[in-house]
Design a protein around this ligand. Structure first.
Ligand code: DO4
Ligand code: MG
Length: 285
């Protein structure tokens, strides 16, 4: 089941289910106008199953605009969860190499605040690169959608945009490298149903387009994530409350070459085979 938020052609904010025939089942006809309500349900899958059998309006995808499936959830991110990410960060900075090495194998994972919900960028909206950075990259990541009780309601795609020169200069600059205007994209929908075992068989692919051509392509399987999803969420929810739930990006396993930096007008396309595609153009912010 693929749950999404969208604007109608009249720019009305709605919640819908993406059907296999690439239509949106408009859940407003069943009185559902809020995604959080479904994520907080005792059994979201059963509820969605019931809704999908109702006779509701079906809107063609080209008549609506998909929005980020984040309403009031804070977005957090885990880091150094793939061996590839640990190695890249150690190469990027002599100063911080030891910290990355240690956190990869320490019991406590790296988890940092990424975005307020209202600042999250949705599908087809631009993501940003900082004017004061010269090494800007996308970080394609599986995102866990978690309800207020700490249950992983399911999965979407996140882009943890990062300025690696700022991050590499000094670990204390991490918030500036990670949190700025348009630095977090989430979407296109939330997939409810598959277990972690199934999700770990999926592949995440990053493609970057410039001037009509593809200039980077890389992929990794989600099974390369070192820690279990429950372990990451367990640490996020320790001594912390999320009244509306939270979204947790699970770290990147695709690292671009040291000479690669994003430019304005590039397009970042992230695909997870069980979820869909999150695509955003790049602007300077
Ligand atoms: O500590 C640096 C950030 C790590 C990160 O964002 C990742 O591994 O995805
Ligand atoms: Mg990241």
């Amino acid at each position: 089941m693929k749950l999404c938020r969208f604007f109608t052609s009249q720019r009305e904010n709605r919640v819908g289910l993406l059907t296999a025939e690439k239509h949106i089942l408009d859940l407003s006809g069943a009185g559902v106008n809020n995604l959080t309500f479904l994520l907080e349900a005792e059994n979201p899958l059963k509820q969605l199953d019931g809704l999908s059998q109702q006779c509701l309006a079906r809107l063609p995808l080209n008549e609506i605009q998909l929005l980020s499936p984040v309403e009031r959830q804070e977005v957090w991110a885990a880091g150094v969860t793939y061996l590839r990410s640990k190695k890249a960060r150690m190469e990027e900075s002599n100063f911080s190499a030891n910290a990355y090495d240690r956190v990869y194998s320490a019991p406590r994972p790296e988890i940092f605040f990424k975005s307020l919900p209202e600042k999250v960028v949705g599908p087809s909206e631009p993501v940003g690169i900082r004017t004061d950075a010269h090494w800007n990259v996308p970080e394609p990541e599986l995102a866990l959608v978690i309800n207020s009780r700490g249950t992983i309601v399911r999965y979407t795609i996140g882009n943890d945009m990062s300025s690696r020169d700022i991050e590499g200069e000094n670990l204390l600059y991490l918030p500036q490298a990670k949190i700025y205007h348009r630095s977090c994209a989430v979407g296109p929908c939330i997939v409810v149903g598959p277990t972690e075992t199934v999700v770990r068989t999926w592949v995440i692919t990053l493609q970057i387009y410039r001037g009509g051509g593809i200039i980077f392509e890389g992929q990794t399987t989600l099974n390369q994530i070192k820690r279990s999803f429950e372990e990451l969420v367990g640490y996020l929810y320790r001594s912390q409350t999320f009244p509306h739930g939270a979204v947790l990006l699970t770290g990147t396993g695709i690292v671009l070459g040291d000479n690669f930096t994003l430019q304005p007008d590039d397009t970042v396309r992230i695909e997870v085979n069980g979820i869909g595609v999150l695509e955003n153009t790049v602007v300077m912010v």
